[in-house]
Design a binder for this molecule. Structure first.
Ligand SMILES: Cc1ncc(COP(=O)(O)O)c(C=O)c1O
Length: 314
């Protein structure tokens, strides 16, 4: 029997992680027909909550997990560690509980009640970090822990890990082109930037004429959970400014108004970042004579009752 070293590949674990693949991605492309209508211009959004763990981060979380197991960096004797604002943590915790691999997460203490409850119910260990330091503070705490216990943890570091954007390069982009070969524009907000960078890079390779718009909050204190204000935040290593043709800003108030409109006209209950992506896609659509714009809905409103209850009148 081989010695269990950090380079040991656990073949049974590898088989188990590969079996989960069918639960990741392949999300439907939803056409917006009532909230926004203009001749020759259509907006579509990928409903990313329709996969394991209920958000776009299933793709990155799963791919990071799988690659680490393939390289022998992660076995059942180790713990996956990372910083997260919630959704990546839920993705890691879902995969971890399926595979019986422990997961430890550094999470800002002001993450929503639902997020904390979901993570705890999936068996993840949570280390709370300062609400004032956001995901930057959570990242610093995770890094410190990984350095202090190198043998115990596999530090996933979603902000640096190429398997984050590659999940979208090999998944999201190809799914979009398969469902909508006539796509002309792609629009998405930036968190770790994995969704925008990975999808945008592949779409550009497939069609150099594609127009790529990244979105950011208009100030550091915003309500789009999952988004980063790059000018003032610790910039993720995987972020590549050269991918975007343009960058637009979205205000929290615009996103909140869009949550109400999406419910009223499309009967979609969106999260703040999904609504912000839709607001950004509409900004792009308003300037166009013709085109097929695609964005993503990273998750739905399930985990945001504190925001949604105030916006949607009962
Ligand atoms: C709700 C939500 N929206 C958007 C994003 C941004 O996605 P990415 O990290 O791929 O840039 C995230 C990331 O955590 C998220 O949780």
């Amino acid at each position: 029997m081989p010695l269990l070293t950090s380079e040991h590949v656990d073949e049974r674990l590898l088989e188990s992680v590969r079996l989960l693949n069918s639960k990741i991605g392949n999300t439907p492309l939803y056409p917006i027909t009532k909230l926004f209508a203009k001749p020759n211009v259509t907006i579509y959004a990928k409903q990313e909550w329709k996969q394991l763990s209920g958000s776009v981060k299933a793709r990155a979380g799963y791919n990071i997990f799988k690659a680490a197991i393939e390289k022998g960096q992660l076995t059942r004797e180790k713990t996956l560690l990372d910083a997260t604002s919630g959704n990546t943590g839920i993705a890691y915790a879902s995969v971890g509980s399926n595979l019986h691999v422990p997961v430890t997460l550094c999470l800002p203490e002001n993450a929503s009640k639902e997020r904390k409850e979901i993570l705890q119910s999936l068996g993840a260990r949570i280390i709370f970090t300062s609400r004032f330091e956001g995901t930057d503070g959570a990242q610093a705490a995770a890094k410190e822990l990984a350095l202090a216990h190198p043998g115990k943890y596999f530090y996933a570091d979603q902000y640096k890990n190429d398997n984050n954007w590659k999940a979208h390069y090999h998944g999201t982009a190809l799914e979009i082109v398969q469902d909508l070969p006539a796509i002309t524009h792609f629009v998405a907000g930036l968190g770790t930037s994995g969704t925008f960078v990975g999808t945008g890079r592949r779409l550009r390779e497939l069609n150099p004429a594609i127009h790529l718009t990244s979105l950011q909050p208009d100030n550091p204190l915003h309500g789009m959970e999952g988004w980063k204000h790059m000018e003032t935040a610790v910039v993720p290593t995987i972020y590549d400014t050269s991918v975007a043709d343009e960058n637009l800003e979205v205000a929290t108030e615009e996103a909140y108004e869009m949550i109400k409109a999406a419910w009223k006209y499309e009967q979609l209950l969106l999260s703040p970042s999904a609504a912000a992506n839709l607001a950004g896609a509409i900004k792009v659509a308003e300037k166009l004579e013709a085109g097929n714009i695609v964005t993503v809905f990273p998750d739905n409103a399930d985990k945001y009752s504190e925001v949604i209850n105030k916006l949607i009148s009962r």
